[in-house]
Design a protein around this ligand. Structure first.
Ligand code: NDP
Ligand code: DGY
Length: 318
């Protein structure tokens, strides 16, 4: 059987494929995304496809590809309706990146609420003249209310890490109450509007779906407190970026931290990048060497299991 890998992936993952008997591996051996034409040519005649979140896997690709495995937990880049219709089995990489992504979410939250990039810049550009009582002040987690949009694997891991900072109350929202997920943090299930109104920190860790697309919009930001901080480590499209820009620029909310944007990469002249109160990272939630290696291995194992007709270590159940 032959498989196509759409990018240079950690060697451990490629090794799983190349050492599996009976599989021929073709790879787009680059750090850059595979051009569309190369992707279509690459999958043609292959039984399996190992892709990344930056590859759009639509009907045309599925016409050529057999089994599918994505080196990501997010699956919004996959044409799920088409996949379901065709009965294509899909592997993905939940759990193994939860800790790394939660850690990054906390780092981003602290960077935004304590204004770390701005403060570092002041040290470098001579803005640090003396110790001043109100200079570079931000907002802390102690005694705060944290609202989590999507209390799934990563949402819970974020709450677990934030709790020791002295958070007073956790709120969460989603498609319905999840008492077993919220119990550890005594988290209360609330509507999106209540979460916006009562949270000092909003952390978005939901999946991107038709229901969550553009969910954080003008109405949402208008309801947030002027002193609140917004953090998104899910997908850029959950946020209406123009509305977020206006909220930040007009002091409707205090600050934001984004690990994900629309588009990615964000153009260097994008208005959000002109704001001091917006910290933007280049989608590095899962970017530790160990996590990316484990993701690649898991994606490879999923693909092989799917092609062999065996149970995948992690199959996306549609
Ligand atoms: P989970 O499936 O465990 O959690 C997803 C959460 O989304 C669930 O709690 C679900 O809540 C929630 N959700 C679904 N619909 C809605 C809705 N309408 N309103 C609010 N919440 C909703 O996934 P993970 O925690 O493992 O990953 C979450 C996402 O994080 C991924 O899909 C991916 O996009 C992103 N991600 C980003 C990374 C990065 O590098 N920045 C790294 C890893 C993941 P409910 O069960 O109530 O529907
Ligand atoms: C995912 O897996 O969905 C992340 O966005 C990258 O690790």
């Amino acid at each position: 059987m032959a498989v196509f890998v759409t990018r240079r992936i950690p060697a451990e993952g490629l090794r799983v494929l190349s050492q599996a008997g009976g599989f021929r591996v073709q790879q787009w051996d680059s750090e850059e995304p595979v051009p569309r034409a190369e992707l279509l040519a690459g999958v043609a005649g292959k039984q399996g496809l190992l892709c990344l979140l930056s590859d759009r896997i639509d009907r045309e690709v599925l016409d050529a590809a057999g089994g599918l495995s994505t080196m990501s937990v997010g699956f919004d880049h996959l044409a799920l309706d088409e996949i379901k219709k065709r009965g294509v089995r899909v592997g993905y990489t939940p759990d193994v990146l939860t800790d790394a992504t939660a850690e990054l979410s906390v780092a981003l939250l602290l960077s935004a609420c304590r204004r770390l990039p701005e403060a570092v810049e002041q040290v470098k550009n001579g803005g640090w003249t003396t110790w001043k009582p109100l200079w570079m002040c931000g907002y802390g987690l102690s005694d705060s209310t944290v609202g989590i949009i999507g209390l799934g694997r990563i949402g819970q891991a974020v709450a677990r890490r934030l709790k020791p900072f002295g958070v007073k109350k956790f709120l969460y929202t989603g498609s319905g109450p999840k008492p077993e997920s919220g119990a550890e943090f005594e988290a209360e299930f609330v509507s999106l509007t209540r979460l916006a109104e009562e949270s000092d920190f909003v952390v978005v860790t939901c999946a991107l779906t038709p229901a969550t697309q553009g969910m954080c919009n003008k109405d949402f930001f208008t309801r947030m407190k002027k002193t609140s901080v917004f953090v998104n480590t899910s997908r850029g499209s959950v946020v209406n970026q123009e509305d977020l820009y206006n909220a930040l620029a007009h002091g409707q909310i205090a600050a934001a931290g984004l690990d994900v944007t629309t588009p990615e990469p964000l153009p260097t002249d994008h208005p959000l990048l002109s704001l001091k109160n917006c910290v933007i990272l280049p989608h590095i939630g899962s970017a530790t060497y160990a996590t990316r290696s484990t993701m690649a291995v898991l994606a490879a194992k999923n693909l092989l299991a799917g092609l062999r007709g065996e149970a995948m270590p992690h199959e996306l159940l549609l």
